[in-house]
Design a protein around this ligand. Structure first.
Ligand SMILES: Nc1ncnc2c1ncn2[C@@H]1O[C@H](COP(=O)(O)OP(=O)(O)OP(=O)(O)O)[C@@H](O)[C@H]1O
Length: 691
């Protein structure tokens, strides 16, 4: 079988919705879909023993064949071993794909994590299954999980008719549930659905062994803690970016770190981190948070949102004089920060550790895919700031290791993702957990580079009615420091084009985004065969492998990282010069996040996207808008497609108005360049009608 046959199978261009039986038919190989999976149980989602056994039996050895012949062909011939070759992908990540040999390895944990084929495709989870994709459809996920909301969109109105805990208890293997990105949904049972994992231990509701992975501790020496990369040539241009603040009585922006009046230790840490100048989002957000206000902030990727919330929170904690951390079975942190992916939450933790260096504030990170006991041990030693992924957070709360009474700050990073159908239910449960202070009693902060209107409306439930909204630059827009190119490349030519581009790029760090987990493994393997050192990250890889892959990519051992959308948000990796969208995502905001892995903090970067006329036309219109807003060249052919697929009133997103340039409350604001403080209070009457 040639490339083209394989591609056709991977993307059979089926209608956007594929009924389960159809999926099974495709999957079973009847349609030649040997690559995908070989059903061994009644549920493809079931990653329980039967599937695992099958993987074990299938033998990873078959994967070795890929070094010698076309992977698709190999898949077909070695029908029973396909997942062993790709899905497990166990050994090649650890070894960075630096040779194209697969080695047998311990597969424990792999299948347990692969509970949800939807997990790394949040866009489809939102109900936009545009392409005939070999990962599961959202509908399929929902049927299998019972659907957290019972239908695609109503969830957004907060009136879901599905009972979350019920839907979860259906099958332990559906741990990932209708979840979206990366973090497992814990099967809930019993009186408190958030107790889930906690009630029965980590694997009680799940078939399979316990997760035993204990991540290595980060380096403790000061140099490593404060290691940072240089701001880029365009950092100073941030000053010219338009900033809009809406809401009542916004405090004025600050121009310098000194104006924030932070304590000496914090100032020292800021200096050691190499920060000399505030970014726009920091200029506006820091005083707002210091003033005790709730905030929704939308600023371009890589523009320093993490420090924008960490610094004022730490300043408050220092000012209020928190109790030094000490060993206690029940810890009561003052701050919880949640983010959608494990890698991102870990990154936030490292930032929190950096800025709290030399203080009595102790930050802790917990996330799925690691041993629960390890998370607990970290917490009981003392915890003031807890950085967590939602699933693990709810487990720990259920285990009664974390009390919520002292929470003063709740931060949702990548907030639009945290509130959408994937994580929204978890977040709602979090704010209604016993002990959690009401929104009037806590400060809630939300940050993202994209904030669709519908999500803004949902967010109101979490925020005080007088929250402030800060929009830096074009809301939902791409960073102008990224040079964007869109190429028309059909499915069958993509691999050839990719290799051509990567060969030209040489050793520069490049992230290649694909649409499915299996494709990530396939493309990574393919690139290794082409002697391009590559690793991959996606939700079917063990956490250890994910961290290894990221490490290999960060240090340059593998300059190419093939990723699903699991790596689209938040990851801050030095020197990523290129992002290639091998497959375009289904939504434009995902595109914005993906290309934001390059061109960070004033550095420049390049994004190349393969536009497939067969599957990507729906993106033409929003893509033209993103390119235009970021002052990029728009190819004539793309404009033509955008024109021919023009939807009147469509404002740029496949799922809502990503490009709403203002706060959905319609509060009016000041429009100014960052650095000049000005904010107008809206009419108080508006204020009342907002909530
Ligand atoms: N004032 C500053 N001076 C110098 N470097 C900074 C400053 N603020 C942030 N940075 C650095 O810029 C990089 C990007 O910051 P950060 O990851 O917080 O961006 P972000 O806005 O959260 O991006 P994303 O939307 O992709 O999550 C980090 O390496 C951070 O340390």
């Amino acid at each position: 079988m040639g490339d083209e046959d394989w591609e056709a199978e991977i993307n059979p261009h089926m209608s956007s919705y594929v009924p389960i039986f159809e999926k099974d038919r495709y999957s079973s190989g009847e349609n030649g879909d040997n690559f995908n999976r070989t059903p061994t149980s009644s549920s493809e989602m079931d990653d329980g023993p039967s599937r695992r056994d099958h993987f074990m039996k299938s033998g990873f050895a078959s994967g070795r064949n890929f070094g010698n012949r076309d992977a698709g062909e190999s898949n077909k011939r070695d029908n029973t071993s396909t997942m062993g070759g790709f899905g497990v992908g166990k050994s090649f990540g650890n070894r960075g794909f630096s040779n194209s040999k697969f080695e047998d390895g311990d597969s424990s944990g792999f299948w347990r994590e692969s509970s949800n084929d939807c997990e790394d495709n949040p866009t489809r989870n939102r109900g936009f299954s545009k392409r005939g994709d070999n990962d599961l459809d959202p509908d399929e996920c929902m049927q299998r999980t019972g659907g957290l909301f019972g239908s695609r969109r109503p969830a957004l109105s907060g009136t879901g008719n599905g009972d979350t805990s019920q839907s979860r208890s259906g099958s332990g293997s559906e741990r990932g549930g209708y979840k979206g990105l990366n973090e497992e949904v814990i099967t809930g049972s019993g009186k408190n659905s958030w107790k889930s994992e906690a009630e029965g231990g980590e694997s009680n509701d799940i078939q399979g062994p316990k997760v035993t992975y204990i991540p290595p501790p980060p380096p403790e020496d000061e140099d490593s803690i404060f290691a940072h990369y240089q701001t880029g040539i365009n950092f100073d241009k941030y000053d010219t970016i338009l900033v809009e603040v809406s809401g009542h009585d916004a405090p004025p922006a600050i121009l310098t770190f000194e104006e924030a009046n932070l304590c000496q230790t914090l100032n020292n840490n800021i200096a050691k981190a190499g920060y000399t100048k505030l970014t726009p989002v920091q200029k506006y957000s820091i005083p707002i948070i210091l003033a005790g206000r709730d905030l929704m902030a939308c600023a371009q990727t890589g523009s320093g949102k993490t420090a924008a919330f960490l610094l004022p929170i730490l300043a408050h904690m220092m000012h209020d004089g928190i109790t030094a951390s000490r060993f206690k079975e029940l810890q009561e942190p003052e701050c919880i920060i949640v983010a959608p992916t494990r890698e991102l939450v870990n990154q936030i933790y490292l930032e929190a550790r950096k800025f709290s260096f030399g203080t009595c504030v102790r930050a802790v990170v917990i996330y799925g895919g690691t041993q629960l006991g390890h998370s607990i041990r970290q917490i009981v030693q003392g915890c003031n700031i807890l950085c967590a992924t939602p699933g693990r957070l709810m487990d720990i709360i259920g285990k009664e290791k974390i009390g919520l009474k002292q929470i003063k700050y709740l931060v949702l990073d990548e907030a639009d993702r945290m509130l959408d159908m994937g994580f929204g239910p978890e977040m709602k449960k979090l704010i209604s957990c016993p002990g959690m202070p009401s929104k009037e009693q806590r400060q809630t902060l939300m940050f993202s580079a994209t904030f669709p209107e519908e999500i803004q409306r949902l967010a109101a439930e979490f925020l005080k009615s007088n929250y402030l909204f800060v929009a830096v630059g074009q809301v939902g827009g791409a960073c102008r420091d990224v040079q964007q190119t869109v190429l028309q490349v059909g499915q069958f030519s993509k691999r050839e084009k990719l290799v051509e581009i990567l060969r030209n790029i040489g050793d520069e760090r490049t992230m290649v985004f694909v649409e499915t987990k299996k494709k990530a493994d396939f493309i990574a393997t393919f690139l290794c065969q082409e002697k391009i050192s590559t690793t991959s990250i996606h939700g079917d890889r063990e956490q250890r492998e994910r961290e290894q892959a990221l490490g290999d990519f960060r240090c340059g051992k593998c300059p190419v990282l093939v990723a699903t959308s699991v790596a689209a948000r938040g990851l801050d990796i030095e020197n990523v010069q290129h992002v290639i969208n091998f497959d375009l995502p289904s939504t434009i905001d995902e595109y914005v996040h993906r290309i934001g892995r390059t061109g960070r903090c004033g550095n420049t970067g390049r994004a190349i996207s393969f536009f497939d006329l067969e599957s990507d036309n729906h993106l033409a219109q929003p893509l033209v808008k993103v390119l235009t807003d970021a002052q990029q060249d728009v190819p004539a052919w793309l404009e033509e497609i955008a024109f021919s697929t023009y939807i009147p009133g469509f404002s740029g997103s496949t799922r809502g108005n990503v490009f709403a340039s203002v706060d959905t409350r319609k509060g009016k604001s000041s429009l100014n360049t960052a650095g000049f403080s000005s904010s107008q209070a809206p009419n108080p009457v508006d204020d009342e009608s907002w909530d």
